[in-house]
Design a protein around this ligand. Structure first.
Ligand code: NDP
Length: 459
């Protein structure tokens, strides 16, 4: 019998921490988990889940437009407060389920902030409680990052506050060009807010396939979002009329709300890592090996705090691998190749595998590229010129499909299954041997026959 209070103490009850705690407790181990906010973490409380509700709420305006083309008369209005109320009830329900499941598995939930005192001891701040554990798992996630030195940054909000705005603003400016910036720009524009997106780079979604980036920028402008590229804030001022953003290109933009979506950083501040011998990477994430073990031999870390791939399903897999490695005597690593991802912009993006640029660097025999841009059938009656992008990137030597990139309706749903084929290493011939499902947008994935020629690529 161990002399510690617990076999495992988990810090952070988000997607990763909860999964690891439950699996370990279900094995009969003594497990406690600390959470300083609400059980569920970023994904459930202030990320994926409430964000998706907001995307769905916002997308109705687009659906109503489409419906008019089909003969419907739509006289719709939107009430932000009703939406917030319903969203908050559902988030509370989900958080309750997470907490109940911890209880059912026999995990003790400790409400409070846990700080490491040494490699086996945590203190629950302000509660006068000290707990020891044989092993500790850090799963504290991430926090929004904003440029602290920017004059007037205190007037800006982040995504955390965007979930609870007391009123829907008339005008919003969103700074950033990543996932959160484009998702919230779509949300607010769809809800009728005059939306401006300001990004410092030449095009949105750095790291994604260039055709996806170009296509999405065009499509979101069609939805009424003003996109200002190659520009950064110099300062933000509050006046009687609202907030004024002064940009380095000389532009001055007046809005009611300024939201910074300029990235998230690992949440390690004040955690006592040094006292426990846990080292950070240069970028400020917890340094871990392939099994998620930190530089302290009895302490592990998973999820966004390790800044590997910052997605909920990845954190959950890291939790499962941790449990197998430590408590099932089966050393496990997770495979970070070909993890599919979706950006819930409007229209949304689904992507898996290599961008064309990455494939050109990785495939020694070159790449074949297949691209289709077309108007989805759904918009035939609406006069909308919204276009879908379907792109396959194929390793010319092996003929394996190494990248799939979609922008358009249902892209996040479609990419889940495309990811199975990419993960399985199927060839373009095998994709083509799969009979199409007609009429769908997804059928393009198995009917693309014409390789892009160099002149089309240049154009
Ligand atoms: P991202 O890293 O995706 O984007 C941050 C953006 O901020 C980039 O466009 C970046 O520009 C810009 N930026 C950084 N620093 C500055 C600065 N000083 N001034 C101006 N702009 C700046 O972060 P997000 O916050 O959007 O999302 C965080 C992570 O959360 C994502 O990477 C993803 O892993 C996860 N996430 C996943 C979602 C999903 O699965 N649908 C949804 C939301 C988040 P540059 O590109 O030039 O560096």
């Amino acid at each position: 019998m161990s002399t510690y209070d617990y076999d495992l103490f988990v810090i952070g009850a988000g997607s990763g921490g909860v999964r690891a705690a439950r699996l370990t407790a279900l094995d009969g181990k003594r497990v406690a988990i600390a959470e300083e906010h609400r059980v569920g973490g970023t994904c459930v409380i202030r990320g994926c889940v409430p964000k998706k509700f907001m995307v769905m709420a916002s997308d109705f305006s687009h659906q109503f437009e489409t419906a008019r083309g089909y003969g419907w008369t739509v006289d719709a209005s939107f009430d932000w407060k009703t939406f917030l109320e319903h969203k908050d009830v559902e988030i509370a329900r989900l958080s309750g389920i997470y907490a109940a499941n911890l209880g059912k598995a026999g995990v003790e939930l400790v409400h409070g902030r846990a700080v490491l005192k040494d490699a086996h001891t945590v203190e629950i701040v302000g509660k006068g409680r000290t707990i020891t554990a044989e092993r500790i798992l850090i799963a504290t996630g991430g926090r929004p990052w904003v440029p602290e030195g920017l004059p007037g940054i205190e007037h800006a909000i982040t995504s955390e506050e965007a979930f609870h705005l007391p009123e829907l603003p008339k005008r919003i400016l969103i700074a950033g060009g990543g996932y959160i910036a484009v998702e919230f720009a779509g949300i607010f524009a769809g809800l009728g807010v005059e939306t401006t997106l300001v990004y410092r780079g030449p095009n949105l979604l750095r790291g994604f396939d260039d055709d996806v980036r170009a296509h999405l920028a065009g499509e979101i402008e069609k939805r009424g979002i003003k996109v200002v590229l190659a520009s950064q804030h110099e300062r933000i001022e509050r006046t009687d009329a609202g907030l004024i953003s002064l940009l380095d290109n000389g532009l001055t933009i007046e809005t009611d709300v300024v939201m910074f979506a300029t990235g998230r950083i690992p949440y390690v501040k004040g955690l006592g890592l040094e006292a426990a011998g846990v080292a950070l990477t240069e970028a400020g994430a917890i340094r871990v090996d392939g099994h998620s073990r930190t530089t302290a031999p009895n302490i592990w870390a998973i999820g966004d705090v390790t800044d590997r791939i910052n997605l909920t399903p990845v954190a959950i897999r890291e939790a499962v691998a941790f449990h197998k490695t430590v408590y099932r005597d089966t050393p496990s690593r997770i495979d970070y190749e070909a993890v599919a991802t979706a950006v819930f912009s409007q229209p949304p993006v689904g992507t898996v595998g290599l961008s064309e640029g990455e494939a050109r660097r990785a495939c020694t025999d070159g790449v074949d590229v297949y691209v289709s841009r077309f108007r989805p059938m759904k918009y035939a009656f609406t006069g909308s010129d919204e276009r879908m992008l379907v792109k396959l990137v194929v390793d010319a030597g092996s003929q394996r499909v190494v990248g799939v990139h979609l922008v358009g309706p249902d892209a996040p749903e479609i990419i889940q299954l495309a990811a199975v084929a990419v993960k399985a290493g199927l060839t373009k011939g095998q994709w083509d041997a799969t009979c199409a499902v007609h009429p769908t947008v997804a059928e393009e994935l198995v009917t693309l026959r014409e390789k892009q020629t160099p002149s089309q690529m240049a154009g």
